[in-house]
Ligand binder design. Structure first.
Ligand SMILES: [Zn+2]
Length: 122
């Protein structure tokens, strides 16, 4: 094998590694976009639910069906949100089991929703 072949092979190795890193970064940023999209969708639904509950409580209209539908949609969205947070958080600090927020190591309570975090020594 000539010096040129060796050098070429090395360059190819470096390029493969770079391509893999780029690919990972791209996957990660797609994940972050999806996380933001889900978060926006969740907030919209929470707002709708708040309004439906408000009208219902006032007795201005019967919103119970709408409220059930919104709760079902919210449950699904929240599961998807927690999943994507877990996916983005591979190997990082703990993820809140209630809201999916990525917390720093050592948090006793979730920095987002305040739920108790699982004990790390458990
Ligand atoms: Zn939380």
């Amino acid at each position: 094998m000539s010096f040129f072949d060796d050098a070429l092979q090395e360059v190819c190795g470096v390029m493969d590694h770079a391509a893999q890193k780029t690919c990972e970064a791209l996957e990660n940023s797609k994940g972050h976009m999806e996380r933001l999209r889900l978060r926006g969708a969740l907030n919209d639904k929470y707002r709708e639910l708040g309004k439906a509950q408000f009208l219902h409580t006032l007795g201005e209209s019967d919103e119970s069906e709408q409220i059930d539908t919104l709760i079902a949609e919210l449950t699904e969205l929240r599961e998807a949100y927690v999943d994507i947070c877990r996916m983005l958080n591979r190997g990082g600090g703990p993820t809140c089991e209630k809201c999916g927020k990525h917390n720093v190591q050592g948090n006793v309570y979730c920095s987002d929703c305040g739920a108790p975090m699982p004990r790390e020594d458990a």
